[in-house]
Design a binder for this molecule. Structure first.
Ligand SMILES: Cc1cc2nc3c(=O)[nH]c(=O)nc-3n(C[C@H](O)[C@H](O)[C@H](O)COP(=O)(O)OP(=O)(O)OC[C@H]3O[C@@H](n4cnc5c(N)ncnc54)[C@H](O)[C@@H]3O)c2cc1C
Ligand code: FES
Ligand code: FES
Length: 1372
């Protein structure tokens, strides 16, 4: 069809088009535009108006990937389909007119059959809670689809996707559970260039199976060519050809097709009318308030040809403002391989993540920077590339500016439009300049320092430099003819050029002295604005990058290496480059599958794994809303201690759709204001007259939809007054001073071990009153807090709660409503992650919904938004530690005296349990004598609670910090000190009493030695030493750390029932939070029922068993899922029930066999039992005694890291773990727990800062500010061995726990970083005149973020080095 004809047809169709048409998973959707709110996002629509709930809301900011879908666009002119991922939380529904959307259930599902991506995720054990998994599936699928588009994929079911690309495929998606390694392996399994041996533990092939062809046959089939998935629907193609443009004047949303049309629309928009230009709409992920603003008109600029232009020729590259960042990268890469453009493209690949870059445009980014001072990467690198912009301004028509000028102008008015950006080719710039000679060279480089190497994190500082230089024989060096130095994102309004430095350098020969002077000038020019976080670090980065660029051009370097002249390569320490960390992730697992109690002990696939991958697994917020359902949002205090005078709406106008605000005054007379009925008393649901902390819940707003409720909650104003109130207590020191402490019950108090006075007296050395401190950590479950309350007859209430402790949720609701407990039923099927955050913190969420539902007699639900969740839930306990330690000359510790101040917050929560946890983990070493005093400080901050390995993780680290301190005091290798202080079995018993178990159970010393061998620890220490001796800017550290973790089991009920068809239903109180509890329970039921021996294989039996949701009226006394033992306790309860059933069934079987003379099958046995009216349901309450209920877990990890001392960046090169799982109930599940816990611990030690402002209000409240680990921050090589230790007669089938203990092993990374930093400090010592300056006994804070590491390596390390170099030369 001719182009003209298509255009004519489109124009014709415009006149009649009134609706938008699109496809979701092949299904046609048509929506009348007149009835559409253009601010509706795609996720809103998918989750609320379609059955496709696989898209999950994790953040609503474009930062997590849980909502990712595949968007396919058809181009009728080229007859071509583009497929790419987008974040449905940022994509506006109106913008998908004519598009086809594929969600994870669209790839495959339980009815139509799962997709190979789903099956491989399941088979590689790459899903735990499953909340991130649909998004992961779509990201992987999109990578495969695009890799296999251009060239036919290789035969035998492989994809063109390379293993390296596979790693990047999920780099923008967050997962809090798995630790990423299995996800990457699942994705890599599609790559033709993968070595099957490199793939991790999976259910398809065993390690060592060499026959590649045979192994491949076992992998779920991937056949791109015949796959029907994601074929662009024919009906939509037809409709697109028939007409795709709407009359732009009719609706609130319009898509003009020319600049003049847009101009007309903008000028028509009456003055004062709120209009918005929209491209990808991704800016609303950062400017979240934008999502809540009401605009009268939206103009989608992406169909305007001038804004979509892409031109690349000898003059340079022109990019229309509406060109996406992904497209721009493709264009800049081009075919001609121009170094500067390549570098721009490389840098742009680190902007956001793939699904944001796919829709986020170049123009949108520049406008965010120009209008709102967004810390953009793009503007910095484009300023350095001397880009210009074309503007269509409302007043003066088209104008052209340099980008630099444009950024400095006042914010562009809303009626002006950025049309395009032009990046001139270097030759065109050069021609304009005087004095350039033919032998000058053009250098260009970009830089960014951010917590995640592959992107998805804003930079602390970015920079891009260009320089024209030449080698001058005459001046004996390299002369700078011209240079441009741009810096951005460091806390100034816009990207900034260091002009004084540019001027200074122009015409100069680069020498160390010149660099020193230039750095002096630079430090005055690149100064973050007041209030910017880490200002010193950011300024030091400017120096670092400057030095990286020019450092290799100094006279001396030129003489030794002039490689840059040939290849334009600039870089430091060329010898280091070849030793760069491995590009690809690799791993090894050693696992023993125990056959003795099969299927217990086998690494079977997690129950429901494919359902999780396809997104069909139902979480609380996926339950369809009952008719008349209302939605809630919390209103929380922003003041630490204040009287609440009033709660009102801004301008006293109640927003439409709001039905009320519920406060403590709405609690029924028979009820109580309780939001938590926990283990040590109860806590308020709502603040009453006075709020006692920022983040305390004040009220619950109820509205017609979740969006309305959230928007309206932001419009609520709380008036406070603090008159006659004491000042709040905001630090532990103040709490102690004002005696604001919670009591610790005698049985929970830590008991001293040995005689501390004697211990200290025996010491040959002492370190006195040394201090340590820790901040908090947020759970970051991917599914935030959520509940749905449905009123039932006779004053009853059914509540669906995402909770780890439904029993206590139940009690809380009954207490709050003032009804008997039998009036309440709490149902929990699964949680999208818990990590302790859904114990006490789930209770007020469910209680508030129940209270509102009771008051309004309508169903009420809430899905707490990420910000509110982060602000109100509290996280781990911050703490301050003061200790004195005495030790012998060989490092053997004789006494440790310690005081801990725990910041508990405003209520007790589980805090009285903390001291025991801390002490137990601390006692992994023999301290000789130990005295331990803990104070639970009551502060006016949000109440802290249990977060995976609560207290233990701090306890373990305190122990390591002491080891490090003693080692540096004595100048003995810290590994020696650790070894000397490891327990003997006798000292273990002394410290841990009965928990120590029998002597053979103490496997730690054996693991300690085994790991040294398996990881080549001692040889690698030598290699590390050599590396450090020969590298200036990168230092390595290696560290081996043990962990001891005490667990105890609780009363655990269970019920197993056999139905008439032989299928089995299992009820346990343990909640499936991702830890594989259901899987282990199923295995145990299959094993135990299999003992009846009816010719049914364990696999057949497994298929007959279903574990069902927890229901507090069906199984009472469910207690809490936490403390790592719920899986084994639930399994044991089930085993007891099954034994009961077997006992009942055996006589039936014997009789039946005698009667028929034939083997009895399971089905015939059950039919017979039913005929005989045997009770086919057995319940129990497993009550562990002390000998089985409490025991110690052991593990050892060795980690090796590389620290870039110029930027503070840490790369974890390798981690080896050996963990004693006893006889693992399911090694696949336990491996997942070990890796996942370790990576979560990594977050605590290295990345995650959960910070408060001076009022105690959490300020790191989003994915922008709170950085959990991503695939690019985990160990490059990750080896885990599950020790199959012998019989433990008191354990459940000899198994041990795995959920929390391995988290402690992440301390090894922190210790290794400290070792690397020590090396950096020692190096500075060799450069420094002032030897006193450097303290080698330093405490490296937790988390050791990039700014922290850099600070300890020396913010001025470059300056020191240059000074030293210059001095050296002078001395010669
Ligand atoms: C999770 C996430 C991480 C990110 N990380 C980074 C990062 O590391 N570095 C970085 O540089 N950026 C980052 N970004 C920013 C990202 O690049 C921008 O969000 C994106 O480029 C904006 O493009 P858009 O098309 O979505 O703009 P939109 O959201 O559609 O528009 C942005 C603004 O510009 C206006 N506008 C759009 N087009 C025009 C035009 N042609 N003329 C006038 N006004 C216009 C809009 O009205 C709006 O006010 C990140 C974004 C997200 C969501
Ligand atoms: S919910 Fe969309 S990216 Fe997190
Ligand atoms: S499985 Fe990824 S977040 Fe739980």
């Amino acid at each position: 069809m001719g182009e003209q004809k298509v255009i004519e047809e489109i124009e014709e169709a415009m006149k009649s088009k009134t609706s938008m048409v699109f496809a979701i998973n092949g299904e046609r959707f048509e929506l009348e535009l007149s009835s559409l709110d253009p601010s509706t996002t795609l996720i809103d629509f998918l989750r609320n108006k379609t059955p496709f709930k696989s898209v999950k809301l994790g953040c609503g900011e474009g930062g997590c990937g849980a909502c990712v879908v595949l968007l396919s666009k058809y181009d009728p002119l080229l007859e071509k389909v583009d497929d790419f991922t987008v974040s449905s939380c940022l994509t506006l529904l109106c913008s998908i007119d004519g598009c086809s959307i594929t969600t994870s259930e669209g790839l495959g599902n339980s009815r139509a059959g799962f997709h190979a991506v789903h099956e491989r995720i399941a088979g590689f054990h790459a899903t735990q809670c499953g909340f991130c998994t649909p998004g992961m599936s779509v990201s992987m699928f999109s990578a495969l689809l695009n890799a296999d588009k251009s060239h036919p994929p290789p035969h035998n079911g492989f994809s063109n996707l390379t293993a390296a690309e596979a790693e990047k495929a999920v780099s923008g998606n967050l997962c809090r559970c798995t630790g990423y390694r299995p996800l990457v392996d699942a994705c890599k399994s599609f790559s033709a260039d993968v070595d099957i041996e490199d793939l991790g533990y999976n259910s398809f092939c065993k390690k060592g199976e060499q026959n590649r062809a045979e192994v491949l046959k076992t992998l779920p089939c991937y056949d791109h060519a015949t796959s029907q998935v994601c074929k662009f629907p024919e009906f939509l193609k037809e409709e697109i050809k028939n007409g795709m443009v709407l009359d732009p004047r009719k609706y609130r949303w319009s898509s003009p097709v020319s600049v003049s049309e847009l101009q007309g629309l903008l000028s028509e928009a009456e003055n004062g009318m709120a209009v918005k230009l929209v491209a990808g709409n991704t800016s609303t992920g950062y400017y979240k308030e934008e999502k809540q603003r009401t605009y009268e008109r939206f103009f989608d600029v992406r169909r305007i040809p001038e804004l979509a232009v892409v031109r690349r020729d000898e003059k340079g590259v022109e990019l229309g403002a509406a060109v996406t960042i992904s497209k721009a990268i493709e264009v800049l890469r081009g075919e001609e391989n121009v170094s500067m453009l390549e570098k721009l493209a490389d840098h742009m690949e680190k902007i956001a993540n793939r699904f944001v870059r796919n829709t986020g445009t170049v123009g949108g980014n520049i406008m965010m920077a120009q209008r709102k001072q967004f810390p953009s990467d793009l503007t910095t690198i484009l300023v350095a590339a001397r880009a210009t912009v074309k503007i269509m301004s409302s007043g003066s028509g088209q104008e052209e500016f340099t980008l630099e000028e444009f950024l400095q102008q006042p914010p562009l008015d809303t009626k002006s439009v950025l049309l395009s950006i032009e990046i001139p080719s270097w030759s065109s710039v050069k021609v304009k300049k005087n004095g350039s000679s033919s032998d000058t060279h053009f250098l260009f480089e970009t830089y960014r320092a951010a917590p995640r190497p592959l992107g998805n994190a804003l930079a602390f500082l970015n920079a891009a430099f260009s320089a024209e230089v030449s080698l001058s024989e005459e001046l004996d060096g390299i002369v700078v003819h011209d240079c441009l130095l741009a810096f951005g994102a460091y806390g100034t309004k816009h990207a900034h050029r260091a002009r004084k430095v540019e001027d200074f350098l122009t015409g100069k020969v680069i020498t160390d002295e010149v660099l020193m002077d230039a750095i002096g000038l630079l430090k005055d020019e690149i100064v973050p604005d007041k209030g910017t976080l880490n200002p010193g670090y950011r300024s030091s980065l400017a120096v670092t990058f400057f030095f990286e660029f020019f450092g290799s051009l100094t006279q001396t370097n030129v003489k030794t290496s002039n490689g840059w002249l040939n290849g334009g390569e600039v870089g430091l320490d060329h010898e280091v480059e070849s030793l760069k960390p491995e590009a690809m992730l690799s791993s090894a697992q050693q696992i023993v599958e125990n056959q003795e109690h099969s299927p217990v002990g086998k690494g079977i696939v997690k129950a429901g794994a494919c359902l999780q991958a396809s997104g069909e697994a139902v979480y609380v917020d996926d339950i369809p809303s009952p008719e008349n359902c209302l939605y809630g949002a919390f209103i929380y205090s922003t003041m630490p201690l204040a009287r609440i005078k009033s709660i009102r709406f801004k301008e006293n106008r109640v927003p439409e759709g709001v039905l009320g605000i519920i406060t403590y005054k709405d609690i029924p007379k028979s009820g109580k204001n309780i939001g938590t009925k926990g283990f040590f008393g109860s806590d308020l649901l709502f603040a009453e007259e006075i709020t006692h902390c920022a983040g305390q819940i004040i009220a619950f707003l109820v509205a017609d939809s979740q969006k309305l409720a959230d928007v309206a909650a932001n419009l609520v104003v709380v008036d406070y007054d603090t008159e006659n109130l004491e000042p709040p207590i905001l630090s532990v020191e103040e709490a102690v001073e004002r005696s604001s402490l919670f009591e610790i019950f005698p049985r929970l108090r830590c008991k001293p071990v040995g005689d501390i006075t004697k211990g200290m007296a025996e010491a040959e050395h002492k370190i006195l009153a040394s201090k340590l401190s820790f901040g908090s950590q947020y759970f970051f479950y991917m599914e935030t807090q959520t509940a749905l309350a449905v009123p039932d007859e006779d004053n009853c209430m059914v509540v669906y709660s995402s909770s780890q402790v439904p029993e206590y949720v139940h009690r809380t609701i009954a207490g709050c409503l003032g009804v008997p407990e039998h009036n309440v039923r709490v149902i929990t099927r699964r949680c999208g992650g818990g990590f302790g955050g859904k114990v006490t913190k789930s209770m007020p969420v469910a209680a508030a919904c129940a209270l509102a539902a009771s008051k309004m007699q309508r169903p009420v639900r809430i899905y707490v938004n990420r910000k509110t969740d982060m602000i109100t839930t509290g996280g781990r306990h911050p703490m301050k530690v003061t200790y004195s330690v005495g030790f012998k000359a060989n490092g053997k510790i004789t006494g440790l005296d310690m005081e801990l101040l725990l910041e508990v917050g405003i209520s007790e929560d589980i805090s009285p349990l903390m001291p025991k946890g801390i002490q137990c983990a601390l006692m992994k070493y023999d301290w000789g004598a130990l005295s331990f005093d803990v104070k639970l400080c009551k502060t006016n901050t949000v109440s802290r609670t249990a977060v995976r390995a609560p207290g233990d993780v701090q306890g373990t680290y305190i122990a390591e910090a002491i080891m490090e301190k003693v080692a540096s005091y004595l100048s003995i290798d810290v590994d020696e000190i650790r070894k000397v202080n490891l327990h003997t079995y006798e000292s273990l018993k002394l410290f841990h009493n009965a928990q120590a178990g029998e002597s053979p159970e103490y496997t730690l010393p054996m693991i300690w030695d085994k790991l040294a061998e398996s990881s080549g620890f001692n040889q690698r220490r030598k290699v590390v030493e050599e590396f450090n001796a020969s590298n200036k800017w990168r230092k390595r550290g290696i560290s081996r750390v043990p962990a001891v973790y005490g667990v105890s089991m609780r009363l655990t009920p269970g019920r197993v029932s056999v139905l008439s068809d032989g299928s089995v239903v299992v009820e346990v109180p343990g909640i499936e939070i991702g830890q594989g509890l259901w899987t282990k329970v199923k295995q145990m039921a299959a094993f135990s029922l299999g003992l009846i021996q009816c010719g049914t294989t364990s696999d057949e039996l497994l298929k007959k068993i279903r574990v069902v949701q927890s229901d507090t009226l069906s199984l009472v006394q469910g207690s809490v899922t936490g403390g790592s033992t719920s899986s084994e306790a639930s399994s044991e309860a089930v085993r007891i029930c099954c034994d009961g059933l077997v006992e009942r069934l055996l006589p039936v079987k014997t009789a039946l066999a005698e009667q028929t003379g034939a083997p009895v099958t399971w089905d015939s046995l059950i039919s017979q039992a039913y005929l005989q009216s045997i009770n086919m349901s057995v319940s129990t309450a497993y009550s562990p005694d002390i000998s089985t209920g409490a025991y110690l877990n052991y593990g050892v990890a060795a980690s090796e890291v590389e620290v870039n001392i110029l930027t503070g960046e840490t790369t974890i090169l390798r981690t080896d773990i050996i963990y004693d799982c006893g006889k693992s109930l399911n090694p696949a599940v336990d491996l997942g727990q070990i890796e996942g816990a370790f990576v979560q611990g990594l977050g605590f030690f290295m990345l995650e800062e959960y910070l408060m402002n001076s009022d105690g209000l959490i300020v790191t409240d989003s994915t922008w500010t709170y950085k959990i680990p991503t695939v690019d921050t985990i160990p490059r090589q990750f080896n885990v061995e599950i020790l199959n230790s012998g019989q433990h007669k008191n354990r459940v089938l000899s198994s041990k726990a795995s959920g929390e203990p391995p988290l402690l092993l992440a301390a090894s990374v922190h210790c290794a970083v400290r070792a690397a930093v020590t090396e950096a400090k020692k190096q500075i010592l060799t450069w420094s005149n002032n030897q006193q300056e450097i303290d080698l006994t330093f405490e490296l804070p937790v988390p050791a973020t990039m700014p922290v590491v850099k600070e300890f390596c020396g913010l001025d390390v470059v300056e020191k080095y240059l000074e030293w170099k210059v001095q050296q030369r002078k001395n010669v």
